[in-house]
Design a protein around this ligand. Structure first.
Ligand SMILES: *Cc1c(COP(=O)(O)O)cnc(C)c1O
Length: 357
């Protein structure tokens, strides 16, 4: 696919590990489950947007941009990774956040990804639900141009044929890793949202004739809409790579039955999945994407969707910073706290600020 033709700035920690999830596989009594750790891409607590940003930021720099704009939900992982790489490259970063959940508690509004956006020095502007965010970015870009700036717009989720190259590359990386260890991957499962991850993976895996089917677990749109978005972007990505018409419509499969009441709104099965992975594998998922995708994977294992002796890879797309935006919604209560009766002879010392300085 000669992906090295395309400008790329290398900052992701690659290849990300491919690891077995032994305790989870045992607990579910299902197929052998593996995890591809794209939560470990290295940029400001990691995640899948980092791979896309390697290509998008190279394009921005090639266009001599001095400012980047992007948009997402309040707890957007994409916004946080964009803010981080903009900081590293010395570019100004403006983040436009849309309220997609209606949550207004301080943790959701200020902690998690929002805290990190600000820490990386990005400006944050908030918009109500159902704002035309692409139009809002255009408007801001026009203002910036009028002020003599050179803005570069990164679409939500970094999902366009340039960003999707990051996941074409990930497909090549995964296939090489599996070949290295003699692993035959029967299924690849991951969260799908703005479509770039799945579009890039499908294009790459089809381009390599890998025979690995991809299952996207939706987090927002209904199935038809999600599959069309992925399919259209996969076709655009294949065209960008001069591969012609290689992606068939049937290669694009999404299951959107685990969204619950809406994007970013917690579900019981998400809370269970996040807890289960934390307790069995020591792995942090996130409430909006990987938690719902894992909830889907677990349910499908229970329903016998995968053969017991097959090998299923879960692509962990990151997002753990989002956990800190949802503290009250993760089903934790005092039951996790062990209260010990104070033993005689152990003095309880009060800790105050003066002692810790
Ligand atoms: C953005 C995101 C996704 C979805 O990837 P898309 O390329 O937008 O489909 C999945 N997981 C996490 C943690 C994300 O931040």
């Amino acid at each position: 696919m000669r992906i090295s033709r395309f400008p790329r700035i290398r900052f992701a920690h690659l290849p990300t590990p491919l690891e077995p999830m032994k305790r989870l596989s045992e607990q579910l009594g299902g197929p052998r489950l593996w995890i591809k750790r794209d939560d470990c891409t290295g940029l400001s607590s990691g995640g899948n947007k980092t791979r896309k940003l390697e290509f998008l930021m190279a394009d921005a720099v090639a266009q001599k941009a001095d400012t980047v704009l992007t948009q997402g939900a309040t707890q957007s992982n994409h916004a946080r990774q964009t803010a981080a790489i903009a900081a590293k490259l010395g570019l100004v970063c403006h983040i436009l956040l849309e309220d997609r959940t209606g949550f207004s508690d301080p943790a959701y509004m200020m902690n998690g990804n929002v805290l990190l956006d600000r820490l990386h020095g990005a400006t944050v502007t908030r918009y109500p639900n159902d704002t035309d965010m692409a139009a809002a970015m255009e408007e801001l870009a026009t203002q910036l141009r009028d002020d003599g700036k050179r803005p570069y717009i990164i679409p939500g989720g970094g999902s366009n044929p340039i960003g999707a190259l990051g996941y074409v590359n990930a497909a090549m990386e995964l296939v090489a890793q599996a070949d290295d260890r003699g692993l035959v991957i029967d299924h690849l499962v991951h969260a799908t949202g703005s479509a770039g991850t799945q579009a890039g993976l499908v294009t790459g895996l089809v381009g390599l004739h890998s025979g690995i089917p991809v299952l996207g677990i939706g987090v927002r749109a209904p199935r038809e809409k999600q599959e069309s978005a992925v399919y259209n972007l996969a076709r655009g990505t294949a065209e960008h790579l001069d591969l012609g018409d290689i992606v068939g419509r049937e290669e694009v499969v999404a299951n959107c039955e685990y969204v619950g009441t809406g994007y970013g709104l917690p579900t019981d099965s998400m809370v269970e999945a996040v807890g289960l992975l934390a307790r069995t594998e020591g792995i942090l998922l996130d409430p909006v994407y990987s938690g719902k995708a894992m909830a889907g994977l677990i349910d499908l294992v229970h329903k016998g969707r995968f053969k017991k002796d097959s090998d299923v890879v879960f692509l962990h797309t990151g997002g753990s910073a989002g956990l800190f935006g949802y503290p009250q919604k993760l089903g934790l209560s005092e039951r996790n706290e062990l209260s010990l009766r104070p033993r005689t002879g152990i003095e309880r010392r009060e800790v105050n600020a003066e002692h810790t300085v």
